[in-house]
Design a protein around this ligand. Sequence first.
Ligand code: NAD
Ligand code: IPM
Ligand code: MN
Length: 360
Amino acid sequence: TVTKQILVLPGDGIGPEIMAEALKVLRLAIDKFQLGLELVFDELGGAAIDKYGVPLADDTLAKAKKAHAVLLGAVGGPRWDTLERSIRPERGLLKIRSELGLFGNLRPAILYPQLASASSLKPEVVSGLDILIVRELTGGIYFGPRETKVLDNGERRAQDTLPYSESEIRRIAKVGFEMAMLRNKRLCSVDKANVLESSQLWREIVEQVAKDYPEVELSHMYVDNAAMQLVRAPKQFDVIVTDNMFGDILSDEASMLTGSIGMLPSASLDANGKGMYEPCHGSAPDIAGKGIANPLATILSVSMMLRYTFAQPEAASAIEQAVSDVLDQNLRTADIWLEGMHKVGTREMGDAVVAALAKL
Ligand code: NAD
Ligand code: IPM
Ligand code: MN
Protein backbone atom coordinates (compact mmCIF):
# COMPACT_ATOMS: atom_id res chain seq x y z
CA THR A 1 0.00 0.00 0.00
CA VAL A 2 1.08 3.57 -0.67
CA THR A 3 2.01 5.38 2.51
CA LYS A 4 0.25 8.67 3.07
CA GLN A 5 1.42 11.24 5.56
CA ILE A 6 -0.33 12.89 8.48
CA LEU A 7 1.33 15.94 9.97
CA VAL A 8 0.74 16.03 13.73
CA LEU A 9 0.81 19.43 15.48
CA PRO A 10 0.13 18.99 19.22
CA GLY A 11 0.17 22.75 20.01
CA ASP A 12 -0.15 24.31 23.45
CA GLY A 13 -1.86 23.92 26.81
CA ILE A 14 -3.94 20.74 26.83
CA GLY A 15 -3.02 20.25 23.13
CA PRO A 16 -0.16 17.78 23.78
CA GLU A 17 -2.21 15.96 26.46
CA ILE A 18 -5.23 15.28 24.26
CA MET A 19 -3.04 14.61 21.24
CA ALA A 20 -1.15 11.85 23.09
CA GLU A 21 -4.45 10.01 23.57
CA ALA A 22 -5.68 10.63 20.03
CA LEU A 23 -2.39 9.25 18.68
CA LYS A 24 -2.77 6.02 20.67
CA VAL A 25 -6.16 5.57 19.06
CA LEU A 26 -4.88 6.53 15.61
CA ARG A 27 -1.89 4.15 15.84
CA LEU A 28 -4.13 1.28 16.80
CA ALA A 29 -6.52 2.10 13.96
CA ILE A 30 -3.61 2.23 11.48
CA ASP A 31 -2.55 -1.24 12.64
CA LYS A 32 -5.96 -2.81 12.96
CA PHE A 33 -7.27 -1.59 9.61
CA GLN A 34 -3.89 -1.61 7.82
CA LEU A 35 -4.31 1.97 6.75
CA GLY A 36 -0.75 2.58 5.54
CA LEU A 37 -0.55 6.00 7.16
CA GLU A 38 2.66 7.56 8.41
CA LEU A 39 2.92 10.23 11.12
CA VAL A 40 5.27 13.20 10.94
CA PHE A 41 5.54 15.80 13.70
CA ASP A 42 6.08 19.51 14.08
CA GLU A 43 4.97 22.51 16.15
CA LEU A 44 2.32 25.20 15.74
CA GLY A 45 1.31 28.17 17.86
CA GLY A 46 3.06 28.99 21.12
CA ALA A 47 5.21 25.86 20.90
CA ALA A 48 6.41 27.03 17.47
CA ILE A 49 7.09 30.53 18.79
CA ASP A 50 9.26 28.98 21.51
CA LYS A 51 11.10 26.72 19.06
CA TYR A 52 11.26 28.77 15.85
CA GLY A 53 10.35 32.30 16.86
CA VAL A 54 7.19 32.29 14.73
CA PRO A 55 3.78 30.62 15.21
CA LEU A 56 3.98 28.84 11.85
CA ALA A 57 7.45 28.24 10.37
CA ASP A 58 7.81 28.07 6.57
CA ASP A 59 9.21 24.57 6.87
CA THR A 60 6.18 23.47 8.92
CA LEU A 61 3.85 24.94 6.31
CA ALA A 62 5.76 23.06 3.61
CA LYS A 63 5.32 19.81 5.59
CA ALA A 64 1.61 20.55 5.95
CA LYS A 65 1.27 21.10 2.21
CA LYS A 66 3.06 17.85 1.51
CA ALA A 67 1.00 15.80 3.97
CA HIS A 68 -2.43 14.43 3.08
CA ALA A 69 -3.90 15.56 6.37
CA VAL A 70 -2.99 17.60 9.43
CA LEU A 71 -4.02 16.64 12.95
CA LEU A 72 -3.97 19.55 15.40
CA GLY A 73 -4.37 19.76 19.18
CA ALA A 74 -4.99 23.40 20.13
CA VAL A 75 -2.94 26.58 20.23
CA GLY A 76 -2.65 29.66 22.42
CA GLY A 77 -2.22 30.54 26.04
CA PRO A 78 -1.47 33.31 28.51
CA ARG A 79 2.30 33.02 27.97
CA TRP A 80 1.94 34.41 24.46
CA ASP A 81 -1.07 36.69 24.94
CA THR A 82 0.99 39.84 25.28
CA LEU A 83 2.77 39.33 21.95
CA GLU A 84 1.93 41.60 19.05
CA ARG A 85 -1.05 40.26 17.10
CA SER A 86 0.94 39.32 13.99
CA ILE A 87 3.08 36.77 15.86
CA ARG A 88 0.54 35.38 18.33
CA PRO A 89 -0.14 31.61 18.34
CA GLU A 90 -3.58 32.14 16.79
CA ARG A 91 -1.96 33.76 13.75
CA GLY A 92 -0.25 30.47 13.00
CA LEU A 93 -3.56 28.66 13.05
CA LEU A 94 -5.25 31.21 10.78
CA LYS A 95 -2.28 31.14 8.41
CA ILE A 96 -2.22 27.37 8.05
CA ARG A 97 -6.00 27.32 7.40
CA SER A 98 -5.65 30.05 4.80
CA GLU A 99 -2.48 28.73 3.12
CA LEU A 100 -3.96 25.25 2.79
CA GLY A 101 -7.20 26.70 1.42
CA LEU A 102 -9.30 25.00 4.11
CA PHE A 103 -12.45 27.04 3.57
CA GLY A 104 -14.98 24.36 4.57
CA ASN A 105 -15.16 23.77 8.31
CA LEU A 106 -17.46 20.94 9.43
CA ARG A 107 -18.44 20.99 13.10
CA PRO A 108 -20.88 18.19 13.95
CA ALA A 109 -22.76 18.58 17.21
CA ILE A 110 -23.95 15.08 18.00
CA LEU A 111 -25.34 14.07 21.36
CA TYR A 112 -24.26 10.65 22.51
CA PRO A 113 -27.42 9.33 24.24
CA GLN A 114 -25.32 8.44 27.29
CA LEU A 115 -24.63 12.15 27.78
CA ALA A 116 -28.23 13.40 27.60
CA SER A 117 -28.14 14.58 31.20
CA ALA A 118 -24.64 16.06 30.91
CA SER A 119 -25.99 18.79 28.67
CA SER A 120 -26.98 22.02 30.39
CA LEU A 121 -30.33 21.75 28.60
CA LYS A 122 -33.14 19.39 29.53
CA PRO A 123 -32.60 15.86 28.17
CA GLU A 124 -35.81 16.01 26.11
CA VAL A 125 -34.60 19.19 24.37
CA VAL A 126 -31.33 17.60 23.25
CA SER A 127 -31.96 13.85 23.04
CA GLY A 128 -31.31 12.60 19.52
CA LEU A 129 -29.51 15.82 18.59
CA ASP A 130 -27.44 15.53 15.40
CA ILE A 131 -26.68 18.80 13.68
CA LEU A 132 -23.85 19.91 11.45
CA ILE A 133 -22.49 23.42 11.42
CA VAL A 134 -20.70 24.29 8.17
CA ARG A 135 -18.51 27.28 8.90
CA GLU A 136 -16.71 29.34 6.27
CA LEU A 137 -13.12 29.31 7.48
CA THR A 138 -10.78 31.36 5.28
CA GLY A 139 -12.68 34.59 4.67
CA GLY A 140 -14.86 37.20 6.32
CA ILE A 141 -13.88 39.36 9.25
CA TYR A 142 -11.00 37.05 10.25
CA PHE A 143 -9.14 37.88 7.06
CA GLY A 144 -10.52 41.25 5.92
CA PRO A 145 -8.47 44.46 5.74
CA ARG A 146 -7.84 45.89 9.20
CA GLU A 147 -5.97 48.75 10.79
CA THR A 148 -5.41 50.70 13.94
CA LYS A 149 -4.71 54.37 13.35
CA VAL A 150 -4.23 57.46 15.43
CA LEU A 151 -6.96 60.05 14.92
CA ASP A 152 -6.38 63.82 14.79
CA ASN A 153 -7.57 64.10 18.39
CA GLY A 154 -4.86 61.64 19.45
CA GLU A 155 -7.06 58.66 20.25
CA ARG A 156 -6.58 55.36 18.41
CA ARG A 157 -9.25 53.82 16.22
CA ALA A 158 -9.19 50.12 15.33
CA GLN A 159 -11.15 48.56 12.51
CA ASP A 160 -11.83 45.09 11.08
CA THR A 161 -13.80 44.53 7.90
CA LEU A 162 -16.01 41.67 6.77
CA PRO A 163 -15.61 41.06 3.04
CA TYR A 164 -17.02 38.12 1.10
CA SER A 165 -16.78 37.58 -2.64
CA GLU A 166 -19.43 35.73 -4.62
CA SER A 167 -17.08 32.81 -5.25
CA GLU A 168 -16.22 32.48 -1.57
CA ILE A 169 -19.90 32.38 -0.68
CA ARG A 170 -20.76 30.02 -3.53
CA ARG A 171 -18.20 27.38 -2.61
CA ILE A 172 -19.16 27.25 1.08
CA ALA A 173 -22.86 27.24 0.18
CA LYS A 174 -22.18 24.22 -2.03
CA VAL A 175 -20.56 22.43 0.89
CA GLY A 176 -23.67 23.17 2.94
CA PHE A 177 -25.99 21.79 0.26
CA GLU A 178 -23.80 18.73 -0.40
CA MET A 179 -23.76 17.92 3.32
CA ALA A 180 -27.54 18.42 3.51
CA MET A 181 -27.96 15.98 0.60
CA LEU A 182 -26.04 13.35 2.59
CA ARG A 183 -28.24 13.95 5.64
CA ASN A 184 -31.85 15.08 6.11
CA LYS A 185 -31.85 17.54 3.19
CA ARG A 186 -32.53 20.63 5.27
CA LEU A 187 -30.17 23.60 5.18
CA CYS A 188 -30.42 26.75 7.28
CA SER A 189 -28.22 29.63 6.16
CA VAL A 190 -27.42 31.93 9.06
CA ASP A 191 -26.55 35.58 8.41
CA LYS A 192 -27.26 39.15 9.46
CA ALA A 193 -28.78 40.29 6.18
CA ASN A 194 -31.01 42.80 7.94
CA VAL A 195 -27.90 44.85 8.72
CA LEU A 196 -24.79 43.73 6.85
CA GLU A 197 -24.08 44.30 3.17
CA SER A 198 -21.90 41.16 3.04
CA SER A 199 -24.81 39.14 4.46
CA GLN A 200 -27.14 40.45 1.75
CA LEU A 201 -24.76 39.13 -0.89
CA TRP A 202 -24.42 35.91 1.12
CA ARG A 203 -28.20 35.37 1.06
CA GLU A 204 -28.46 36.15 -2.64
CA ILE A 205 -25.72 33.69 -3.60
CA VAL A 206 -27.06 30.95 -1.31
CA GLU A 207 -30.42 31.36 -3.10
CA GLN A 208 -28.66 30.97 -6.45
CA VAL A 209 -26.84 27.82 -5.39
CA ALA A 210 -30.13 26.42 -4.05
CA LYS A 211 -31.39 26.12 -7.62
CA ASP A 212 -28.90 23.25 -8.15
CA TYR A 213 -30.30 21.42 -5.11
CA PRO A 214 -34.07 21.32 -5.55
CA GLU A 215 -34.37 18.47 -3.04
CA VAL A 216 -32.88 20.51 -0.22
CA GLU A 217 -35.27 22.59 1.87
CA LEU A 218 -33.47 25.91 2.37
CA SER A 219 -34.26 28.43 5.08
CA HIS A 220 -32.56 31.63 6.22
CA MET A 221 -32.20 32.85 9.77
CA TYR A 222 -30.64 35.90 11.39
CA VAL A 223 -27.74 34.99 13.61
CA ASP A 224 -29.22 36.45 16.80
CA ASN A 225 -32.35 34.35 16.35
CA ALA A 226 -30.22 31.31 15.47
CA ALA A 227 -28.30 31.68 18.73
CA MET A 228 -31.62 31.67 20.58
CA GLN A 229 -33.17 28.82 18.56
CA LEU A 230 -30.09 26.65 19.23
CA VAL A 231 -30.90 26.58 22.93
CA ARG A 232 -34.70 26.72 22.55
CA ALA A 233 -35.22 23.89 20.06
CA PRO A 234 -31.91 22.73 18.59
CA LYS A 235 -33.36 19.69 16.84
CA GLN A 236 -35.13 21.93 14.31
CA PHE A 237 -31.72 22.17 12.55
CA ASP A 238 -30.11 19.67 10.22
CA VAL A 239 -27.25 21.55 8.51
CA ILE A 240 -26.38 25.17 9.30
CA VAL A 241 -24.16 27.09 6.89
CA THR A 242 -22.70 30.36 8.08
CA ASP A 243 -19.74 32.73 7.94
CA ASN A 244 -16.45 32.53 9.76
CA MET A 245 -17.22 34.45 12.94
CA PHE A 246 -20.88 33.43 13.34
CA GLY A 247 -19.79 29.81 12.87
CA ASP A 248 -17.10 30.16 15.51
CA ILE A 249 -19.58 31.45 18.07
CA LEU A 250 -22.51 29.17 17.22
CA SER A 251 -20.34 26.04 17.30
CA ASP A 252 -19.13 26.77 20.84
CA GLU A 253 -22.77 27.31 21.78
CA ALA A 254 -23.82 24.07 20.09
CA SER A 255 -21.08 22.15 21.87
CA MET A 256 -22.87 22.52 25.19
CA LEU A 257 -25.90 20.78 23.72
CA THR A 258 -23.71 17.67 23.45
CA GLY A 259 -22.56 17.86 27.06
CA SER A 260 -19.24 19.65 26.69
CA ILE A 261 -16.98 21.48 24.30
CA GLY A 262 -14.66 18.55 24.96
CA MET A 263 -16.94 16.43 22.72
CA LEU A 264 -16.90 18.54 19.54
CA PRO A 265 -14.54 17.51 16.71
CA SER A 266 -13.98 19.33 13.44
CA ALA A 267 -12.77 18.89 9.89
CA SER A 268 -11.44 21.77 7.82
CA LEU A 269 -11.44 20.86 4.15
CA ASP A 270 -10.18 22.27 0.88
CA ALA A 271 -11.85 21.61 -2.46
CA ASN A 272 -10.04 18.27 -2.96
CA GLY A 273 -10.55 16.44 0.34
CA LYS A 274 -7.31 17.49 1.94
CA GLY A 275 -8.01 18.45 5.50
CA MET A 276 -6.91 19.59 8.88
CA TYR A 277 -8.62 17.98 11.88
CA GLU A 278 -8.86 19.48 15.33
CA PRO A 279 -11.19 19.67 18.31
CA CYS A 280 -13.35 22.83 18.32
CA HIS A 281 -12.09 23.84 21.74
CA GLY A 282 -8.93 25.72 22.59
CA SER A 283 -5.86 25.04 24.70
CA ALA A 284 -7.83 25.36 27.97
CA PRO A 285 -5.08 27.05 30.01
CA ASP A 286 -7.22 26.76 33.15
CA ILE A 287 -6.86 22.96 33.17
CA ALA A 288 -3.61 22.48 31.23
CA GLY A 289 -1.09 20.20 32.91
CA LYS A 290 -3.68 18.67 35.25
CA GLY A 291 -4.39 15.58 33.17
CA ILE A 292 -8.14 16.10 33.30
CA ALA A 293 -8.95 17.40 29.80
CA ASN A 294 -11.45 15.45 27.73
CA PRO A 295 -9.62 13.85 24.77
CA LEU A 296 -12.78 12.68 22.99
CA ALA A 297 -13.14 15.72 20.70
CA THR A 298 -9.63 15.05 19.39
CA ILE A 299 -10.23 11.30 19.13
CA LEU A 300 -13.44 12.01 17.19
CA SER A 301 -11.43 14.38 14.97
CA VAL A 302 -9.21 11.39 14.10
CA SER A 303 -12.37 9.58 13.10
CA MET A 304 -13.40 12.49 10.86
CA MET A 305 -9.93 12.44 9.30
CA LEU A 306 -10.20 8.75 8.43
CA ARG A 307 -13.66 9.34 6.99
CA TYR A 308 -13.12 12.51 4.99
CA THR A 309 -9.49 12.53 3.86
CA PHE A 310 -8.65 8.83 3.81
CA ALA A 311 -12.06 7.40 2.83
CA GLN A 312 -11.92 4.74 5.56
CA PRO A 313 -15.51 4.74 6.85
CA GLU A 314 -15.09 1.40 8.60
CA ALA A 315 -12.15 2.58 10.70
CA ALA A 316 -13.89 5.92 11.34
CA SER A 317 -17.09 4.23 12.55
CA ALA A 318 -15.11 1.84 14.73
CA ILE A 319 -13.55 4.78 16.59
CA GLU A 320 -16.98 6.33 17.12
CA GLN A 321 -18.27 2.98 18.37
CA ALA A 322 -15.31 2.72 20.76
CA VAL A 323 -16.14 6.16 22.17
CA SER A 324 -19.74 5.10 22.65
CA ASP A 325 -18.63 1.87 24.36
CA VAL A 326 -16.49 3.82 26.81
CA LEU A 327 -19.44 6.06 27.66
CA ASP A 328 -21.48 2.87 28.19
CA GLN A 329 -18.86 1.86 30.76
CA ASN A 330 -19.81 5.08 32.63
CA LEU A 331 -16.32 6.53 32.26
CA ARG A 332 -16.40 10.33 32.29
CA THR A 333 -13.83 13.11 32.34
CA ALA A 334 -14.61 15.98 34.70
CA ASP A 335 -16.36 18.12 32.07
CA ILE A 336 -19.03 15.45 31.42
CA TRP A 337 -19.04 13.85 34.86
CA LEU A 338 -22.31 13.31 36.73
CA GLU A 339 -23.17 11.74 40.08
CA GLY A 340 -22.82 7.96 39.93
CA MET A 341 -20.35 7.98 37.04
CA HIS A 342 -16.72 6.92 37.23
CA LYS A 343 -14.47 9.96 36.95
CA VAL A 344 -11.33 9.46 34.85
CA GLY A 345 -8.46 11.61 33.64
CA THR A 346 -7.27 12.28 30.11
CA ARG A 347 -5.01 9.25 29.92
CA GLU A 348 -7.48 6.76 31.41
CA MET A 349 -10.10 7.97 28.94
CA GLY A 350 -7.68 7.51 26.03
CA ASP A 351 -6.64 4.07 27.25
CA ALA A 352 -10.29 3.04 27.59
CA VAL A 353 -11.02 4.05 23.99
CA VAL A 354 -7.96 2.10 22.83
CA ALA A 355 -9.13 -0.97 24.75
CA ALA A 356 -12.64 -0.66 23.35
CA LEU A 357 -11.33 -0.26 19.80
CA ALA A 358 -9.04 -3.26 20.20
CA LYS A 359 -12.06 -5.41 21.12
CA LEU A 360 -14.12 -4.44 18.08
P1 NAD B 1 -11.03 26.99 25.49
O1 NAD B 1 -11.87 26.22 24.54
O2 NAD B 1 -9.59 26.69 25.52
O3 NAD B 1 -11.63 26.80 26.97
C1 NAD B 1 -12.93 27.20 27.33
C2 NAD B 1 -13.39 26.39 28.56
O4 NAD B 1 -13.66 25.05 28.13
C3 NAD B 1 -12.35 26.31 29.64
O5 NAD B 1 -12.97 26.34 30.88
C4 NAD B 1 -11.71 24.96 29.40
O6 NAD B 1 -11.17 24.36 30.56
C5 NAD B 1 -12.88 24.14 28.86
N1 NAD B 1 -12.39 23.09 27.94
C6 NAD B 1 -11.93 23.28 26.67
N2 NAD B 1 -11.55 22.11 26.16
C7 NAD B 1 -11.76 21.16 27.08
C8 NAD B 1 -11.56 19.76 27.13
N3 NAD B 1 -11.05 19.07 26.10
N4 NAD B 1 -11.91 19.10 28.25
C9 NAD B 1 -12.43 19.75 29.30
N5 NAD B 1 -12.64 21.08 29.31
C10 NAD B 1 -12.31 21.78 28.22
O7 NAD B 1 -11.30 28.55 25.18
P2 NAD B 1 -10.59 29.87 25.80
O8 NAD B 1 -10.33 29.67 27.24
O9 NAD B 1 -11.42 30.98 25.35
O10 NAD B 1 -9.22 29.96 25.02
C11 NAD B 1 -7.97 29.48 25.55
C12 NAD B 1 -6.88 29.61 24.50
O11 NAD B 1 -7.15 28.70 23.42
C13 NAD B 1 -6.78 30.99 23.86
O12 NAD B 1 -5.42 31.27 23.66
C14 NAD B 1 -7.51 30.84 22.56
O13 NAD B 1 -7.07 31.75 21.57
C15 NAD B 1 -7.15 29.42 22.19
N6 NAD B 1 -8.09 28.73 21.28
C16 NAD B 1 -7.53 27.91 20.36
C17 NAD B 1 -8.34 27.15 19.55
C18 NAD B 1 -7.72 26.25 18.55
O14 NAD B 1 -6.54 25.95 18.63
N7 NAD B 1 -8.45 25.74 17.58
C19 NAD B 1 -9.73 27.21 19.70
C20 NAD B 1 -10.27 28.06 20.67
C21 NAD B 1 -9.44 28.82 21.48
C1 IPM C 1 -11.57 27.95 16.72
C2 IPM C 1 -10.79 29.02 17.46
C3 IPM C 1 -10.03 29.88 16.47
C4 IPM C 1 -11.07 30.57 15.61
C5 IPM C 1 -9.08 30.91 17.09
C6 IPM C 1 -8.14 30.31 18.07
C7 IPM C 1 -8.29 31.62 16.00
O1 IPM C 1 -11.63 29.77 18.28
O2 IPM C 1 -10.95 27.14 16.02
O3 IPM C 1 -12.79 27.89 16.88
O4 IPM C 1 -11.63 31.61 16.02
O5 IPM C 1 -11.31 30.08 14.50
MN1 MN D 1 -13.65 28.95 18.43
